[in-house]
Design a binder for this molecule. Structure first.
Ligand code: FAD
Length: 333
């Protein structure tokens, strides 16, 4: 069902007379463009009007060149400084608000990734407008569709703020493509660089396995795995046999069976692979919110009444400790 709501603000009608012009915040790491930015660009194009891409980093030139060839980008702004290297919201927020104030964008858009979610709400607060999160469709430059109640209802949100600040759910928009032509690249307006926060370091696990967010197949394990050893032995082996990424329920994460970064669901990652296999997961709404858009869903659970079966295309009522090793062996053959 649909719930219509509207955010009524004091600057009514400003956007109706202004031409649509969107600022898209580009995410990149280790000299590679985040695929979710391509999805966010498709959403930005759907708003109509021009799309200016903003790239910041210590040395963002090659990414800026890549972005200048993306279909739908009208101009590229580059902010080159060491402070932008690690995506700190304390320095990105003034960069975006300064660009907005100087260049008068009507929409600020980023992907609903950890990067976008960290920066855009701060930008919205600084601009004194509403933040519209996890947008899954764009009906018009003022009306946006987004899930609420862990995806159990879809809200249409109308904003008449002078600037709309949106994060985009990447799985619901196809990625933008590259064209032969290149658009111009120029320096972004100089912004204040607060020294409130400082980058200390990060620990990243390296793995040859497909990354959960972009994997075509995902195998997720739940509380029923009972231990990290079982999770490693059963879920990872099955994922390897399928060349799949690995995910987990919050119960599996909270119990220490798998890492936090693997959590799928309302408070974890939202994935929509071609194939999602839930092993020993009950199908709580908060988990389902993160995987229900998968093309084919299969599940293994020993309880025939487990809610996960209600959203599964294929279900196997079985003890996972027998079924998973058997399936893994068969797949290996
Ligand atoms: P359980 O619910 O305990 O289910 C285990 C399942 O395994 C059962 O269905 C059982 O029948 C089956 N089973 C047991 N033994 C076996 C066996 N030997 N073989 C086969 N099957 C077996 N959860 C998330 O996953 N992601 C989120 O992002 C998330 N966010 C949340 C946010 C909020 C605000 C709240 C309140 C909750 C959130 N949760 C989230 C938690 C969610 O409500 C559930 O508690 C959680 O998903 C349960 O995880 P589970 O399915 O692994 O465990």
């Amino acid at each position: 069902y649909k719930i219509c709501s509207s955010i009524s603000r004091r600057y009514a009608a400003t956007s109706a007379i202004q031409e649509i012009s969107t600022l898209l915040l580009v995410e990149h790491k280790d000299n590679a463009l985040a695929v979710s930015t391509l999805n966010a660009l498709t959403a930005a194009k759907k708003l109509g009007g021009s799309v200016t891409a903003l790239i910041a980093g210590e040395n963002p030139d090659s990414i800026a060149k890549t972005v200048s060839k993306l279909d739908g980008v009208s101009k590229v702004l580059v902010a080159k400084d060491k402070v932008y290297e690690h995506g700190l919201p304390e320095v990105y927020a003034p960069l975006l608000t300064t660009a907005q104030k100087k260049l008068n964008f009507t929409h600020l858009v980023a992907s609903h990734s950890a990067f976008g979610k960290n920066i855009l709400p701060r930008v919205a607060a600084l601009l004194d407008v509403a933040q519209i999160s996890d947008v899954i469709d764009i009906e018009s430059p003022e009306i946006f569709v987004r899930p609420i109640y862990a995806g159990n209802a879809i809200a249409k949100v109308k904003s008449i703020d002078p600037v709309k600040v949106l994060t985009i759910r990447s799985t619901t928009f196809p990625p933008a493509t590259t064209v032969d032509a290149e658009v111009s690249r120029e320096s972004a307006p100089d912004a204040e660089k607060p020294t409130l926060a400082e980058w200390v370091g990060e620990e990243i696990q390296k793995s040859d396995r497909p990354e959960l967010g972009s994997a075509k197949k995902v195998v997720s394990g739940g509380r029923a795995l009972k231990s990290r050893e079982n999770f490693d032995k059963l879920v990872y082996s099955l994922a390897d046999a399928l060349d799949a990424g690995v995910g987990g329920s919050r119960a599996a994460v909270d119990s220490g069976y798998c890492d936090n970064a693997l959590q799928v669901g309302q408070t974890g990652k939202v994935v929509a692979p071609e194939f999602y296999l839930a092993v020993g997961i009950s199908g709580a709404i908060q988990h389902v919110a993160g995987m229900k858009d998968s093309k084919v869903i299969a599940s293994i659970n020993n309880d025939p009444d487990a809610p996960i079966f209600q959203i599964s295309d294929f279900g196997l009522v079985a003890d996972l400790f027998t079924a998973v090793p058997e399936l893994t062996e068969k797949l290996k053959k």
